[in-house]
Design a protein around this ligand. Structure first.
Ligand code: IPM
Ligand code: MG
Length: 352
């Protein structure tokens, strides 16, 4: 097949993991006789430096004309001045909104060979296989903000239709998996959470009576993710809770550098990005873990390009490389040999 893929490298280690991703893509194309037409556009701090905007209309146009978009990471200390008129992260929010990718899927399945890389006890991790379905284009991320010298506010708004559509995505996923859905909210405090809970109950009762629905308050969910992570299968939650819980959940796999994500809307076009940030402390050193980016590419092959065989094979290559001892520094324990980004990527390419 022929597919057009836009890569947005972004900031910090973004460019390094994006380069790893591009070499994986070209390898998958070569082996399977596909043509992936790859182009790069700017996002984040580097885009602010070069154009004044964290994401230009031209870059958005290119993304809208692509079959899939791959993103490295955005942000960094250079653009962190609280008084700055624009921030790198605004580019990412603008992109998510422009692509209308309201459903962010973040699977968490520890690699058996990496259980000891997690700070949690291995026996808690063995059966963990969960997906967080994070609402991505609403809530407090997008509400009006105010600031004066004495106070500040961030408005959290959810429209009923936004809750309905994300719950449908999560419930369909639950039907294909264990038939269980856990909806996470803060309904004891927040009005948006009470609408979330009522709407979830309504959709589930009317459209998914076969899926067992559980509600959990976000503080309890944060605790249970560490206490009994294998309890969870599909979790659906609002934008900010999903952001926080997935950083926490990433530690079940040993490192933020392992977790991929797919952001989807109503079309097959998707946005794929590691959940990790731009890691300014290690940027430019060639040591960033490319696994989250490579696993995101597997999700892209499956969800946007309908290339299931290629996606499975890439996931198997990742497992095989890890099982045969390939480790970047974030997932290496006790004297294990450490690979740089390019070597790790090459290990995965050889295993494909
Ligand atoms: C993520 C990131 C982003 C978010 C930042 C970089 C805006 O933390 O994708 O989880 O908060 O959504
Ligand atoms: Mg985050």
């Amino acid at each position: 097949m022929r597919a057009k893929i836009t890569i947005l490298d972004g900031d910090g280690i973004g460019a390094e993991v994006a380069a790893a991703g591009e070499s994986i893509l070209q390898h998958v194309a070569k082996i399977n006789k596909h043509e992936f037409v790859v182009q790069h556009e700017l996002i984040g701090g580097i885009s602010i430096d070069e154009t004044g905007s964290p994401l230009t209309d031209g870059a958005i146009e290119e993304c809208l004309e692509s079959d899939a978009v791959l993103l490295g990471a955005v942000g960094g200390p250079k653009w962190d001045d609280p008084k700055a008129p624009v921030r790198p992260e605004q580019g990412l929010l603008k992109l998510r909104k422009a692509l209308a990718v309201y459903a962010n899927l973040r699977p968490v399945k520890p690699y058996p060979a990496l259980l000891s890389a997690s700070p949690l006890k291995s026996e808690l991790l063995k059966k963990v296989d969960l997906v967080v379905v994070r609402e991505l284009t609403g809530g407090i991320y997008f509400g009006a903000k105010t600031r004066d010298s004495h106070s500040a506010s961030d408005l959290c708004v959810y429209e009923k239709y936004e809750i309905e559509r994300i719950v449908r995505v999560a419930a369909k996923l639950a039907q294909q998996r264990s038939g269980r859905l856990c909806s996470v909210d803060k309904a004891n405090i927040l009005e948006t959470s009470r609408l979330w809970r009522d709407t979830t109950c309504e959709i589930m009762a009317n459209e998914f009576p076969d899926v067992a629905l559980e509600h959990m308050l976000v503080d309890a969910a944060a605790m249970h993710l560490l206490r009994k992570p294998a309890h969870f299968d599909v979790i659906v939650t609002e934008n900010m809770f999903g952001d926080i819980l997935t950083d926490e959940a990433s530690m079940l796999t040993g490192s933020m550098g392992m977790l991929p994500s797919a952001s989807l809307g109503d079309s097959t076009r998707g946005l794929y990005e590691p959940i990790h940030g731009s890691a300014p402390d290690i940027a430019g050193k060639g040591i960033a873990n490319p696994c989250a980016m490579i696993a995101s590419i597997a999700m892209m092959l499956r969800q946007s390009l309908d290339l299931h065989g290629e996606a499975n094979r890439l996931e198997q290559a990742l497992i095989k490389a890890i099982e045969t001892g390939a480790r970047t520094s974030d997932i290496a324990v006790r004297g294990e040999k450490v690979l740089g980004t390019t070597e790790m990527t090459n290990a995965i390419i050889s295993a494909y």
